[in-house]
Ligand binder design. Structure first.
Ligand SMILES: NC(=O)c1ccc[n+]([C@@H]2O[C@H](COP(=O)([O-])OP(=O)(O)OC[C@H]3O[C@@H](n4cnc5c(N)ncnc54)[C@H](OP(=O)(O)O)[C@@H]3O)[C@@H](O)[C@H]2O)c1
Length: 256
């Protein structure tokens, strides 16, 4: 039986990917901090599901999670847990940003390294790192730290994937780069999106289709595909100004 690990499975994109993997016949290992949510999800799945509570902002928790599941023959790892924060860089809370760097970058880095070695030894398996279309932009004024963390995820994943392809490995590593998705992300980031997002279910479906067909960078929505293509040729300053204008609209949806 195939087994997949999904981090951040207690809501949004992670929960939707877990449901989709379940429908594809995978046993699931679900992790996040809110175990009540994970238990509820586990109870609705067809296949076997194990719940493991972990705060991935803690390096020791990333290692503990790996130790708990390393003998479970995990063939798919979805590094999805993450969050954002809105505001001018000189205003936003430093501890929250450092925690964001730990969850969005360090945890992805640690879990990718640990699981990749096992997958390489078996010469099979997949790792999907959930980045963002933010990671394909030159920056994101008013969400500076979040955009920087996602640029890290995109860069790291593309480099590892090229290393694997160069040596003829059958292991695939990919990065998911959605634009806005309707999840709890906005509440956590204390903002409101200026544009309507795609559903978490559609995002999950496109993510797994891309992953299992060997894509490296997966942009699930057509509008965002065009936007990220345009950004590649647009002057960086102009893109940053546009990004700032778009982000500033989110400030209007703040909880105050
Ligand atoms: N929604 C969007 O518009 C969008 C767009 C592009 C990329 N993304 C990315 O998609 C991923 C999932 O976000 P989402 O939109 O689905 O938001 P969400 O509904 O808020 O889900 C975030 C998940 O991350 C988990 N998480 C957060 N901090 C954690 C920590 N310290 N330890 C363990 N788990 C933690 C949360 O679980 P607990 O709180 O239970 O721990 C939750 O399951 C993130 O990486 C996000 O950056 C989202």
């Amino acid at each position: 039986m195939k087994t997949a690990l999904v981090t951040g499975a207690s809501s949004g994109i992670g929960a939707a990917i877990a449901r989709r993997l379940d429908s594809l016949g995978f046993n699931l290992i679900l992790t996040a901090r809110r175990t009540d949510r994970l238990e509820a999800l586990a109870s609705e799945l067809e296949n076997e599901a194990t719940v493991i509570a972990a705060d991935l902002s803690q390096k020791s928790e990333c290692f503990r999670l790996y130790e708990e599941v390393k003998d479970r023959n995990v063939s798919v790892v979805i590094n999805n847990a993450g969050f954002g924060l809105l505001g001018d860089f000189d205003d936003t809370d430093l501890d929250r940003e450092l925690s964001m760097i730990d969850v969005n970058c360090a945890a992805v880095h640690i879990l990718t390294k640990l699981f990749l070695k096992d997958l390489i030894a078996k010469d099979r398996g997949y790792i999907l790192n959930v980045g963002s279309s933010a990671g394909l932009m030159p920056g994101g004024p008013l969400m500076a730290t979040y955009y920087a963390t996602k640029a890290y995820v995109v860069s790291l994943t593309q480099s590892i994937d090229e290393e694997l392809r160069a040596r003829g490995s059958r292991v695939r590593v990919a990065v998911l780069c959605p634009g806005p998705v309707q999840t709890e992300f906005n509440d956590v980031a204390d903002c409101d999106f200026a544009v309507q997002g795609i559903s978490a279910e559609y995002c999950a479906e496109e993510a797994l289709k891309g992953l299992f067909s060997g894509k490296t960078v997966i942009v699930p929505d057509r509008g965002m595909k065009l936007a990220t293509a345009a950004v590649r040729v647009a002057p960086r300053r102009a893109t940053l100004r546009t990004a700032r204008r778009l982000q500033s609209k989110k400030l209007s949806g703040r909880k105050g």
